[in-house]
Design a protein around this ligand. Structure first.
Ligand code: FAD
Length: 475
């Protein structure tokens, strides 16, 4: 006999599990299928983000940053520590405990909201039926659903020239589980994931080289910020080689030799471990039967309209498997919107203009809205204000003077069009800019808002003042 649900969700990452909670809150009988297994072989909710992405990377970024600060900054603060060393096994164990705690929290929420958690594989069939193959039982079961939400996420892109062997050549998941700090580490791809992983292992002592095929460093980031980042990363010993196109790799029991082309010349790089971090692609394999007629776009993303509706009635898709930035919070917001559309019939388009982006390096990088170059290229006249953290009292007190805030406003209306930050706690500071832009604030609104002294947020205030050449603490 088949089971009937108001909503069946395939995928329990930040898009799918949030959709499940919101559906249940709104009184819908909800089931969520997810096939993720922890390294111990246990089903685990939270998808890539909690199990092998956002959370695990931030756990190791925080641990490695503490290690580095203990080595370089404590003496300056008058704190003497006899010997600072790394116990990587303990660091990895902390990461695993954190992942376990957060994923177990989702399981508790599922129980509290009476969401049926189905660990195993889900596949969309015709007429909103879903085939569920459990990790535990043999055979499969058919679920009948009034609505189906596809939230199967994404997976790392592969590179023919550097096939993953899980030993010497790894993807981001493997790179978050090293049991030893590699002496020489190569990373193909200097995007967000590449620079975050590079930061972790470089702080722990690896000699890190990033090979990036593009000629520009972090091209999606405002140029003022990416140039500052490039300079800081090089100072930290993170070597970024731009315009470096990997042609082939050779693995021996001792090392990996990476052959790459730079201009007309061929070069090689010898490393102990190589991470392939060349981007992620939508994960739609084995997700639906062909007879359903579900439409994908030319890049393999599930085709949806602005409300997350696919070409099939009652079938929605959200998160990394659809167009838009591959970010956890973008997927979660789509999950909420789709759940409310199903339960209340009110379709809301998720606005993607002011999504915050963060790169959790040191200094952190965060931005929202459009870059100065993109705006100028689009023929929009802008006024720009900047403020360096070196002139911030709070940043000085915490030894975080690297970086700056940049505010970009429309030259005619003064409306904020972009805010770009590189510096301490940029990941938190950006929230104020997101809110301001969501409410269509002007730079003058930010300039007239009182900010606490001494706080890092004053840098945003001063950058807003600088749009009109009235910053106070710099000439
Ligand atoms: P996912 O989290 O990928 O979840 C999809 C789930 O669906 C998975 O559990 C998968 O196993 C399951 N699934 C797929 N197909 C099926 C099927 N047929 N049947 C059953 N289950 C299925 N984003 C941020 O916003 N901030 C960060 O700091 C950040 N850091 C990252 C660091 C790393 C190293 C990586 C790799 C990614 C990071 N991301 C970050 C990106 C973020 O992880 C993704 O944007 C987010 O996980 C997407 O959520 P999702 O729910 O769409 O998909």
């Amino acid at each position: 006999m088949s089971e009937r649900y108001d909503v069946v969700i395939i995928g329990a990452g930040p898009a799918g599990y949030v959709a499940a909670i919101r559906c249940a809150q709104l009184g819908l009988r909800t089931a969520c299928i997810d096939k993720w297994l922890s390294p111990e072989g246990k089903p685990s909710l939270g998808g890539t983000c909690l199990n092998a992405g956002c959370v695990s990377s931030k756990a190791l970024l925080d641990s490695s940053e503490l290690y580095q600060r203990a080595q370089t900054e404590l003496t300056e603060h008058g704190i003497q520590v006899a010997q600072v060393s790394v116990d990587l096994a303990a660091m990895q164990a902390r990461k695993s405990r954190l992942v376990h705690r957060l994923t177990a929290n989702i399981a508790t929420l599922f129980e509290d909201y009476q969401i049926k958690w189905l660990p195993g594989h889900g596949r969309l069939l015709e007429n909103n039926r879903v085939e569920f193959t459990s990790h535990e039982a043999d055979g499969s079961q058919i679920l009948e659903a009034k609505n189906v939400i596809l939230a199967s996420g994404s997976r790392p892109m592969e590179l023919e020239a550097a096939p993953i062997d899980g030993e010497r050549i790894v993807d981001s998941t493997g790179a978050l589980s090293f049991q030893e700090v590699p002496r020489r580490l190569g990373i193909i791809g200097a995007g967000v994931i590449g620079v975050e992983l590079g930061s972790i292992w470089s702080r722990l002592g690896a000699k890190v080289t990033l090979l990036e095929a593009r000629d520009e460093f972090l091209p999606m980031v405002d140029k003022t910020i990416s140039q500052e980042a490039h300079k800081r990363f090089q100072q930290q010993g993170l070597e970024v080689r731009l315009g470096a196109r990997v042609i082939s790799t050779r693995v021996t029991s001792k090392q990996v030799t990476v052959h790459y082309q730079s201009g007309e010349e061929e070069h090689e790089l010898k490393v102990d471990k190589l991470i392939v971090a060349v981007g992620r692609q939508p994960y739609s394999e084995h997700l639906f039967a062909l007879e359903t007629g579900l439409l994908l776009d030319e890049r393999g993303f599930i085709h949806v309209d602005e409300y997350g509706v696919t070409n099939l009635p009652g079938v929605y898709a959200i998160g990394d498997v659809v167009r838009g930035p591959m970010l956890a919070h973008k997927g979660s917001q789509e999950g909420i919107a789709v759940a409310e559309a199903i339960a209340q019939g009110k379709e809301t388009a998720v606005k993607r203009d002011n999504i915050p982006w963060v790169i959790y390096t040191e200094p952190e990088i965060a931005w929202t809205g459009r870059t100065e170059e993109a705006l100028r290229d689009a023929g929009i006249k802008v006024r720009v204000g900047t403020f360096p953290f070196a002139a911030s009292a709070r940043a000085n007190a915490m030894d975080g003077t690297a970086g700056l805030v940049k505010v970009v406003a429309d030259a005619n209306t003064d409306q904020l069009l972009g805010v770009h930050i590189i510096g301490p706690w940029a990941s938190e500071l950006i929230a104020e800019a997101v809110l301001a832009m969501e409410f269509a604030a002007s730079s003058e609104d930010l300039a007239r808002t009182i900010h606490a002294y001494p706080s890092l947020a004053e840098a945003l205030h001063e950058a807003a003042l600088d749009v009109d050449n009235r910053a106070l603490h710099v000439v």
